[in-house]
Design a protein around this ligand. Structure first.
Ligand code: GDP
Ligand code: MG
Length: 676
């Protein structure tokens, strides 16, 4: 809202400008007036619109042209006063005053004008006949009013109109000649209608109307008032009310009616509540609220925001197939001034067989935008009306700024739910395939992706210890000499090489040594195209030896060349590594060196197998032996035993389970040997 309103009165001498001001202030007609009244300020609480208002007089005798021009440029609204009994003063309105004002103001930001016919007490007839053609000719004339300083007729009205012309201008809303709403106003009101139509059936039912009313005017509409409104629409048009609710047509009609009856403030209240400024643009405050982003923090959507986005999805998934068809996507983004998602989005998130973005994919894309560009996410939420529908102070209420990553590392735990994995590898090493496989696309499906629709991102969910997390894969363009800060900043790194290309591993080794050897970011080497024959890599160390030397996990074989959807374990492991960069996750490995591998090998030993067989016999031959934990363990296969061992130990994610299996294994072996 504006801070104040400045009203300037101009016109020929003796038309009664000073008298009008004095009459307003003293509420009586002054017989004697000075040439020019002092500037007066009416405090906010005594004006109808609660905005401090300055009223400025002009006198040709006392002021120079230069002073007049200055006042014109300072004014928010100008009253051109004429005397109804003085033809010449009316002629001067068009021959002198309007051109003079127009010359002094910008075309784009014209001040509203009000034509004031004073001394109405002196004549019987009205000057409107002469004035209406002028009003039609000049768009900047907001309204006209006949008044009398002497009878105090229409004096307060005049200043109220002036104030309203500034605070609730007609110009952006309505075209008086066409007698209809302006295009930009229709566009804004249509967006408001769509946002308020919570079930997206094209009709505002009583609930939605009440919600709308409460949001805009802080009070619900009484049931009778609601009926009255609908009846007014019914009387004036056939398809303004449908199924006892208001259609868009009816909604627009109501606003036209408000404006035609001089109740612009109603329409403006609605527009402003939905974030519009005087030019019917969404304000910066509404779209881009301030958000504090300390370094090493990331941005995520909070629970409320996801709930809201879910409701938006449900509202647009008309056929309830849990995916958005191109039509449905188009409909969803109708409240946006532009289409925010390009065709690459369909290759960034999960889609269904038709290639349509699924519910999961839709939420993933929002998560991605929020992670990579929180301002954009805020803007989009603004278009969808998040803060209005969820009654939040601003769109910023949708965002969680996570704790500094360094604190997470110190405390060895994290509250984050989005983790970023940068995928590095030489040209053609299979990075894109690795990204697309995360979206369930095998090689055959990937080959159908058009070049211009490829994406360098892939995001989807994985489950780590029962919690749903987002893993964001980012394919980094290979560059030997320079990887930027952004290329390196992530929670886990994938170094990808092609097992079938002798030159492929070199890049991984080089990048690792140059950027990650001393970094805290965990790295995983991925051996892609594992369906093809493995060739010797042109590097001093084989990938396996390289990994062993640098205490990395051994290269993980990976292929997306299969008929079914690719296996996704690797992505869960990457997410786990990103979440717990401290634990080395040996329990999942096959390195043959860690405790877990040693235990497993031990269990697989022939010696142990024979022990187990013996044990079996002992247990079965003595029917009196009650089934104990030992008995159950003996029943199981070797792998089952190892699984049981793992289960015996509490799974504390921060701790590696390998060390945890050690004790039960020891006890188990002790049991076995004492039995024998
Ligand atoms: P200004 O030069 O435009 O500021 O005009 P003034 O306020 O000085 O008024 C000029 C003359 O018109 C004075 O004699 C006022 O008393 C008289 N006057 C102003 N308003 C009215 C009105 O509403 N009715 C009548 N009858 N006379 C008015
Ligand atoms: Mg005067």
């Amino acid at each position: 809202m504006r801070k104040d309103v400045r009203i300037l009165l101009v016109g020929e001498p003796k038309v009664g400008k000073t008298s009008l001001i004095m009459s307003l202030v003293s509420e009586e007609f002054p017989d004697e007036v000075p040439l020019r009244a002092e500037e007066i300020t009416i405090p906010a609480d005594v004006t109808p619109e609660r905005v401090p208002t300055h009223i400025v007089d002009y006198s040709e005798a006392e002021q120079s042209d230069e002073q007049l021009y200055q006042e014109i440029s300072k004014a928010n609204v100008i009253c051109i006063v004429y005397s109804v009994n003085n033809k010449k003063s009316i002629e001067k309105v068009t021959s002198h005053w309007i051109p003079l004002i127009n010359d002094r103001t910008d075309k784009d930001s014209r001040v509203p004008l009000i034509l004031v016919g004073n001394k109405s007490d002196l004549v019987e007839h009205s000057s409107m006949e002469t004035i209406l053609p002028i009003m039609n000719q000049y768009q900047d004339i907001e309204t006209c009013v006949e008044c009398s300083a002497k009878n105090l007729k229409n004096i307060s009205e005049l200043f109220y109109y002036a104030q309203k012309a500034v605070l609730h201008p007609t110009g952006p809303l309505y075209c008086p000649e066409e007698k209809e709403l302006k295009t930009s106003c229709i566009k804004s009101l249509t967006r408001i209608f769509k946002v308020s139509d919570l079930d997206n059936d094209g009709i505002l039912n009583d609930n939605e109307l009440n919600f709308f009313q409460r949001t805009c005017f802080n009070t619900p509409l009484a049931p009778q008032a609601l009926e009255d409104v609908k009846n007014v629409v019914r009387r004036n048009m056939t398809d303004g009310v449908k199924n006892n609710g208001l259609t868009l047509k009816g909604f627009l009609f109501l606003h036209t009616l408000f404006i035609q009856r001089g109740r612009h403030e109603t329409t403006w209240t609605v527009l402003r509540r939905f974030g519009y400024d005087d030019d019917l643009e969404l304000t910066q405050d509404y779209l881009f609220p301030m958000i504090k982003m300390p370094p090493d923090c990331t941005t995520e959507l909070n629970h409320n925001a996801y709930l809201f986005l879910q409701s938006v999805f449900d509202k647009h998934d008309k056929d309830r197939d849990c995916a958005l068809s191109p039509e449905e996507v188009k409909d969803l983004f109708k409240v946006f001034p532009y289409m925010p998602w390009g065709p690459d989005v369909n290759n960034t998130v999960c889609t269904n067989e038709q290639g349509w973005i699924t519910y999961q994919g839709y939420l993933s894309q929002w998560t991605l935008t929020t992670y990579l560009d929180v301002q954009r996410s805020l803007e989009y939420l603004g278009y969808l009306g998040y803060s209005i529908i969820y009654e939040q102070e601003s769109q910023a209420a949708a965002i969680t700024v996570t704790r500094n990553k360094r604190i997470d590392l110190q405390k060895k735990q994290t509250q984050r739910s989005v983790f970023r994995c940068n995928v590095l590898g030489a040209l053609g090493s299979g990075k894109s395939g690795f990204l697309q496989a995360f979206l369930d696309k095998n090689l055959q499906q990937q080959r159908k992706i058009r070049e211009d629709r490829k994406s360098f991102y892939a995001i989807s969910t994985t489950y780590v210890y029962g919690q749903e997390k987002y893993l964001l894969l980012h394919e980094v363009m290979p560059d030997f000499d320079f990887l930027s800060e952004a290329d390196l900043a992530c929670d886990v790194v994938c170094l990808v090489y092609d097992v079938n290309n002798t030159r492929s591993f070199e890049y991984c080794a080089k990048v690792y040594k140059q950027y990650f050897i001393d970094s805290k970011t965990p790295c995983m080497v991925i051996a892609t195209k594992s369906d093809l024959p493995e060739v010797r890599q042109h590097h001093s160390l084989s990938p396996h030896d390289f990994c062993r030397k640098h205490k990395l996990h051994p290269p993980q074989p990976f292929t997306c060349n299969m008929t079914e959807a690719p296996n996704k374990d690797i992505y869960t492991r990457l997410t786990t590594m990103a979440m717990y960069p401290h634990s080395r996750l040996r329990c999942m490995c096959a390195c043959n060196r860690c405790t877990y591998c040693l235990c497993l090998n031990l269990l697989k030993l022939d010696l142990l197998r024979s022990v187990k067989a013996k044990l079996h016999r002992v247990v079965y031959s003595s029917s009196s032996t009650p089934p104990s934990t030992l008995y159950r363990l003996a029943q199981g296969s070797v792998t089952q035993i190892s699984a049981s061992l793992c289960q015996l130990t509490p799974r504390l994610p921060e701790r590696c389970s390998c060390t945890c299996v050690w004790l039960p294994l020891f006890l188990f072996l002790l049991h076995v040997f004492t039995l024998c």
